[in-house]
Write a protein that binds this ligand. Structure first.
Ligand code: SAM
Length: 276
């Protein structure tokens, strides 16, 4: 008998219980998928242009039905630069899906701020967690008190004019730790969107904008069937950029051998506009 085989009574109980539970859960997922699809249709008809989105539609319907997984990229990528125990400010937190499912699991505390009262109420109701608070706040005017190790700004940079972004960054710099990281995502998209105030066309557009406030900026592009996603990381400390040879958590092997984090010697570049 192999060591992985279950003793007979347990094996019998497994056969009795687990396949039916799986079948019930598959049924629940089908019902959930249908009703989330209906929610998306209803929202699209009744309010075709929306300032924020309920990502449970992505997780419950869109992901499985279309294979479009990019809605999880923003949470996964920002978590690369959030260290356990960090204090995180999330700008424009919207429905709070990423706040709860990504950032709250890594950070000690997360403060989500958004100017849309409906979004804040939804986030509090649907995506609360013990270490998360949501506040109604126009980030062009004010921000919660820091210090914050990380600031996340997902899917919202295009909701601000360059001047407004400059004001937000000036407020942020007073509240971030000296090695703090701003990370997030914006998009290149050809469809009309009523809330878009700036039309980013390339990685360099985003890097130039954020480079006005931070010494080091990395922008990374991923494709999506409906748009191009641009993920950014900005900090005054180059060691905090993810997937970078200067980051102590990263090992890079090239022709000459290994180099790791700060032990690598090469002349520092002030401004990174392209992913390596
Ligand atoms: C497309 S949603 C992104 C929400 C969320 N971060 C996400 O990834 O799904 C853009 C959000 O920016 C918020 N927003 C726009 N202008 C704002 C402002 N001046 N201050 C705070 N939030 C703002 C909107 O209310 C909306 O929730």
């Amino acid at each position: 008998m192999s060591s992985t085989r279950l003793p007979r009574p347990r094996a019998a109980l497994y056969r009795l219980l687990v396949p039916p539970i799986r079948a019930v859960n598959r049924l629940i997922r089908s019902v959930s998928s249908l009703s989330h699809r209906f929610q998306l249709r209803a929202e699209a008809v009744l309010r075709p242009q929306s300032e924020w989105f309920d990502h449970y539609v992505d997780s419950n319907w869109q992901w499985g039905a279309t294979g479009r997984s990019s809605f999880v990229e923003r949470g996964v990528f920002s978590n690369l630069v959030i260290r356990p125990g960090a204090s995180v400010l999330e700008l424009c937190s919207g429905d709070g899906f990423n706040t709860k499912h990504f950032y709250s699991g890594r950070a000690t505390r997360v403060v989500g701020v958004d100017a849309n009262p409906e979004a804040v109420a939804h986030a509090k109701r649907m995506n609360s967690a013990d270490n998360v608070s949501y506040e109604l706040c126009d980030i062009r005017e004010t921000l919660p008190d820091g210090p914050f190790d990380n600031v996340v700004w997902d899917s919202a940079l295009h909701h601000f004019t360059p001047d407004e972004t400059g004001k937000v960054i000036a407020l942020l710099k007073q509240r971030m730790t000296p090695t703090g990281v701003l990370s997030g995502y914006t998009e290149v998209e050809d469809i009309e969107y009523a809330y878009r105030k700036v039309d980013f066309r390339s990685k360099a557009d985003v890097a130039d904008l954020l480079g006005r406030g931070f010494k080091h900026v990395m922008v990374m592009e991923t494709p999506d069937p409906e748009r191009t996603n641009l993920y950014f990381f900005a900090s005054d400390s180059r060691e905090r950029l993810p997937l970078d040879q200067y980051n102590p958590d990263v090992l890079v092997r090239n022709g000459a051998g290994h180099s790791q984090g700060r032990t690598h010697s090469s002349s520092p570049r002030e401004f990174v506009t392209e992913p390596r």
